[in-house]
Unconditional design. Sequence first.
Length: 289
Amino acid sequence: MNRPVVVGVDGSPSSLVAAEHAARAAVLRHLPLHLVHGYLHPLGYGVPLNPYDLGVPAPTEEAQRMLEQVAADLTERHPTLEVSVRQVAGGPGATLVEESRRADLVVVGSRGVGGFAGLLLGSVSTQVAQHGHCPVLVVRPAEQPIPVAGPVLVGVDGSEPAALAVRLAADEAVRRDADLVLVHVRPTERDASTPEDTAAGEAESAELLAAAEARIRSDHPVLTVLRRPVPGDSPERALVEASGEAALLVVGSRGRGGFAGMLLGSVSQALVQHAHCPVLVAHPVEPGP
């Protein structure tokens, strides 16, 4: 199946930046790009807000013109790109989560910027990043330039979600002709005890990084891979700081579930919200319906 790259577009500056990221991703993957506009209010989740109105509103001509203009702008900048547009009677977040079942990648824009003091993402970005059925790329706000240089950064902790993140990060690094940086944040609490504890922590970190590199070498023998052990008590803060020099940060998700539960772990949530570069959430691609 030739799954497309899907991006949510509503005409906002953040969604237009997401569309440009999605176009670049589609070109690198040699895949078509689908621009999707979920035109019902997010709280509606695909049903009319007025319980007495049994009809579903029709797509608007204004939104269609917006989508077609975005498509024209993208194909002008990327002549080889195949672009289609579609309006869907659904809330933006729920629409993109459903579209992710048939996509190779979903791209969504974030709402703003800030440090650890505030929540970065809007509800749509949060919903798609948590519940997507394929990898989800969350891009930075419109006022920040699109990073094109720099390595692909991925956190390593020995878990299965991190192993998937490493595989996707290696694929992205090859597409972008970039270096891959494997980062393990080593807790420093035990390092304060004895030299033996410090040595044991360093050895564990080195072992995790070496094992992660070994798993991707058979598929990417010539990829430049850098191992970066980082001491620190907060993986979130260490990786957010490291993301300032990266073109992309790849994070793992916790698993699959319904809308009742959170799919992203606390570290992944913090990175999606506060990283200084685009963040790829490494959901596995599920078989299409």
